[in-house]
Design a binder for this molecule. Structure first.
Ligand SMILES: [Zn+2]
Length: 58
């Protein structure tokens, strides 16, 4: 399989596997949405945030 997983266009070598920043953002939002709907952890607010998910683009 090749191309952007969001829209199917050829990927940008800088933004791979996405074709654009927009598609990368879409994927990221989907990913976060998936996390947030995971049930069973009502008190996540007490957790300390870890820095393991920093955006490489800063
Ligand atoms: Zn795309």
């Amino acid at each position: 399989m090749s191309g952007c997983p969001i829209c199917g266009k050829p990927m940008d070598p800088v933004l791979r596997p996405f074709c654009s920043k927009r598609c990368a953002d879409v994927d990221l939002q989907r990913w976060f949405s998936g996390r947030y709907v995971i049930p069973g952890s009502p008190d996540e607010e007490g957790e300390e945030r870890q820095n393991s998910e920093q955006d490489p683009e800063d």
